[in-house]
Design a protein around this ligand. Structure first.
Ligand code: ATP
Length: 267
């Protein structure tokens, strides 16, 4: 679980100001996740059901988890982060009970956001699915989601790099029926991410971050963060200059630039 407890509530320590180059995505997330939590009366008045489950999909390191934490913080929601691989392995034999416990905690502390990171690790479509342990977990998760009241102010976010591999039952109405794609950052977004990650570093006054943003095509937010960290570590006793970054930039394959686009509705 991330962030510090506020009373008995867990609220993450990162907000929208820590998320770079994703203004449009943040607007979508505010509408889909934050609004039903902070203003449920709007949905009640209009007779619209908010989404209970939202899927963030895109390449690794693009800020899916970061954004889920930020929206929890900005909504003042109790945040429960669940790692897909962990629920499968660490809680072996107690995974279903653990899932029930997570939903019970979310309801008790609502408004809440439950994050299932790397949900594909236990919710992939596979042959003989009905036989497998993962299938039992998926049905448990689905029945817990079906049991949520859509105005109960519990939102479930799941992240995946492989949306096409997910069990289709997860994407039916009332489950993860809203998806938000989070792609690799373009040059403008990379500049914003570099600004965020160098903001507490002693940099040369004339350090040209735009130049670094131009040179880092194909880098994810996580790659850019690592680049800043490595450059900073190398110059402990002086300020960071352009050369510190340039010599660490390794060209990315062009293929890395093609972002997964997958339309669940037409699939
Ligand atoms: P994965 O699919 O591998 O789980 P992810 O998309 O969930 O990756 P995060 O775990 O959110 O990616 O990103 C890892 C780290 O990279 C973040 O904690 C953050 O420091 C940095 N990062 C990624 N994207 C951004 C961004 N848009 N702005 C600022 N920092 C970012």
């Amino acid at each position: 679980v991330v962030g510090g407890p506020v009373g008995s509530r867990n609220v993450p320590d990162t907000g929208y100001g820590d998320v770079g180059g994703m203004d449009e995505t943040i607007a979508l997330v505010r509408e889909a996740v934050e609004l039903p939590i902070t203003h449920p009366e709007i949905f009640q008045r209009l007779g619209i059901r908010p989404h209970k489950g939202i899927l963030f999909h895109g390449p690794p390191g693009t800020g899916k988890t970061l954004l889920a934490r930020a929206v929890a913080r900005e909504s003042g929601a109790h945040f429960i982060a669940v790692s897909g691989p962990e629920i499968l392995n660490k809680y072996w034999g107690q995974s279903e009970a653990r899932l029930r416990g997570i939903f019970a905690e979310a309801r008790a502390k609502a408004p809440s956001i439950i994050l299932f990171d790397e949900i594909d690790s236990f919710a992939s479509a596979r042959d003989a699915m009905s036989e497998s342990f993962e299938a039992t977990l998926v049905s448990q998760l689905l029945s817990l989601m079906d049991g949520l009241n859509s105005l109960g102010r519990v939102c479930v976010i799941a992240t995946t790099n492989r949306p096409e591999a997910l069990d289709p039952a997860l994407r039916r109405p009332g489950r993860f029926d809203h998806e938000i794609e989070i792609g690799l950052p373009d040059a403008g977004a990379r500049l914003h991410i570099l600004q965020i990650h160098t903001r507490r570093m002693p940099t040369d006054p004339d350090l040209d971050l735009e130049q670094i943003a131009r040179l880092t095509g194909g880098y994810s937010g996580a790659d850019l963060e690592a680049l800043c960290r490595e450059a900073a570590l190398a110059c402990m006793r002086r300020t960071l200059n352009l050369r510190d970054f340039e010599r660490r930039i390794t060209p990315r394959q062009l293929a890395a630039l093609s972002v997964t686009t997958y339309d669940f509705r037409t699939a």
